[in-house]
Design a protein around this ligand. Structure first.
Ligand SMILES: [Zn+2]
Length: 268
């Protein structure tokens, strides 16, 4: 969504700079945004199983798998290992508590609130332009989820079934299929360059039909994975679709803190 009249450029610059430093910010506006010192609640990072694959060119490829209902991270890890997924981090030992987080209230940047946040480049636009190339059937509410994420100020999200655009605009492929009893409802894959910007062509989402028993399941899963593809990590509030694990309430929408994370922390 395009910017409304917004915070001063100086404040935006300060927030950007703050997100890259270790010193905790002070002041009302800054303290609401990134970074924050102190330990990051483990719930911001756990709940998923990660595959991390360093590349020869210095970039790093990641896939985040969200467990299906009733599947623990430990069990999903074993399932993925049996499927031959490379680069798996054992959730029992992989969590490295951060002492500084890129976060806004209960919403954390991807990779457990890691700073600088994983995000898209502006490429000369006033907001990064992110196109979601939808390969799914109509039962998956990808278009509706893109509309919700486009309410965010600071990054523009578009839905398309056409070719991926060029000229500095980004593209996220969204796939679905009956991937079977994989243990995950959805996953998001991406590569980050050394400045932790998403690399064009490396970001895609997979939505698993197998665990999508209802319309609300699909809405929750689509909202969650598309949020990751914008750089939004997990939210400690279970009213957000970015809550790390499936909950019976199946939140359908981003939380206000997710929008604020996008506006003030990821794309200021
Ligand atoms: Zn997730």
């Amino acid at each position: 969504m395009h910017r409304r009249p917004r915070i001063a450029v100086a404040l935006a610059a300060a927030l950007t700079a703050a997100c890259l430093t270790v010193a905790p910010a002070s002041g009302a506006a800054a303290s609401a945004a990134a970074p924050r010192s102190g330990s990051v609640p483990s719930a911001a990072a756990d709940g998923h199983v990660w595959s991390v694959r360093p590349q020869a060119d210095g970039s790093v490829a990641y896939t985040a798998y969200r467990p299906a209902p009733g599947v623990s991270a430990a069990r999903l890890y074993r399932l993925l290992a049996a499927q031959g997924v490379p680069g798996l981090l054992d959730p029992a030992t992989a969590a490295t508590p951060l002492t500084v987080a890129c976060a806004y209230s209960t919403a954390y940047a991807f990779n457990g609130g890691m700073c600088p946040p994983a995000r898209w480049r502006w490429n000369g636009y006033s907001d990064p332009q992110v196109y979601f190339r939808d390969h799914t059937p109509a039962a998956w509410p990808v278009r509706a989820s893109v509309t919700e994420w486009n309410r965010a100020v600071g990054v523009d999200s578009y839905w398309t079934t056409g070719p991926c655009p060029t000229s500095g605009r980004h593209c996220v492929h969204v796939w679905s299929g009956n991937y079977g009893t994989t243990g995950w409802t959805g996953n998001t894959s991406y590569r980050l360059d050394s400045s932790r910007f998403f690399i064009d062509g490396s970001v895609w989402v997979e939505l698993n039909d197998y665990y999508a028993a209802s319309t609300v399941d699909r809405r929750n899963t689509a909202c969650h994975e598309l949020g990751h593809a914008l750089g939004v990590g997990h939210n400690l509030a279970d009213a957000s679709c970015m809550y790390a694990t499936d909950v019976p309430s199946n939140p359908q929408y981003p939380h206000s803190s997710d929008y604020n994370l996008l506006r003030y922390v990821l794309y200021p």
